[in-house]
Design a protein around this ligand. Structure first.
Ligand code: LIP
Length: 275
């Protein structure tokens, strides 16, 4: 893939995010038709579906040979997505749908592009707050035009950690998550939950917290934010400390390797499956 091709893909990603942002803004305070997916806590609205269709059309028009993985088309087909070496656009039309339904501003459009299974572009747009986070592999991460740098804290005791309950209501899984919440509160300066995995990763990239961990996610929730966080100097790993596997449904992000290691040691590692 040439630099010129990557430039073109990056400007398309920004353009697409701005268009998705307009639709999110239009729907934000309106009455919504809400449906549920795997549990009563896993929501989808007509806006999620409309954005995904619009974005898919925009991308395939410009890059007909590229592949596409989207949260809502995957849910509709009920099939597992295939991650290949081909250039692949990975979309979450609204990350933080529960926030969207409840008029909470942490709502984002998330778009990652992978080539040879490596993320080369990440864009997370939180349109209500007018925050456009973006990164290209090896070229740094930005919030609007400001360069991002993660916090330089190395001691977990001084760290604020973002943690989410997720949308599964499986009793055994919840028991393990509660153990993790206990461990995180005991060892850190405090926990937070903003309700959007993509935004959570961007918060760590922007130094608005020192770590984030979640079990039970999917590639579209975290792939863009993971590049933004790493390009801002944070580490993004599998919670066990091994390399991040984009299909393994879990992520650990920390501002420094020391905080990552300490987090990995206190957590109970939950296996929610493989996409
Ligand atoms: C949501 C995430 C949130 C997580 C939920 C869900 P959605 O994405 O970003 O952080 O806890 O499990 O996956 O469903 O709003 O796109």
């Amino acid at each position: 893939m040439t630099e010129q091709e990557l430039d073109e893909m990056f400007s398309t990603a920004i353009e697409v995010a701005k268009e998705a942002g307009k639709v999110i803004r239009d729907g934000f305070y309106k009455e919504k038709t809400v449906d549920t997916k795997i549990s009563a806590a896993d929501l989808v609205t007509e806006t999620d579906q409309a954005i995904e269709k619009m974005v898919h059309a925009m991308i395939t028009k410009k890059f007909p040979d590229h592949r596409f993985i989207g949260e809502e088309s995957t849910a509709e087909s009920g099939e597992k997505h295939q991650l290949t070496d081909d250039p692949t656009w990975i979309i979450d039309p609204i990350d933080g749908t529960t926030n969207f339904v409840n008029h909470v501003q942490e709502v984002s459009f998330s778009l990652g592009v992978m080539v040879n299974k490596k993320t080369v572009i990440g864009v997370v747009y939180a349109p209500i707050k007018e925050e456009m986070f973006s990164a290209r592999l090896g070229k740094g991460a930005y919030l609007n035009s400001e360069k991002l740098k993660a916090s330089d804290i190395t001691d977990l005791k001084e760290a604020v950690i973002i943690f989410e309950g997720g949308n599964s209501r499986d009793a055994k899984l919840l028991e393990e998550k509660v153990k993790n919440i206990h461990a995180l509160i005991a060892h850190s300066r405090g926990i937070r939950a903003y309700g959007s995995a993509a935004v959570n990763l961007c918060h760590v990239a922007a130094g608005r917290g020192q770590g984030y961990v979640e079990y039970g996610l999917h590639i579209w929730d975290f792939i863009a934010g993971a590049l933004i966080a790493t390009e801002a100097g944070a580490v993004v790993l599998d919670p066990t400390g091994s390399d991040l596997d984009p299909l393994r449904q879990r992520v650990l992000c920390a501002c420094s390797p020391e905080v990552a290691k300490a987090l990995s040691q206190i957590l109970t590692h939950i296996d929610t499956g493989y996409d």
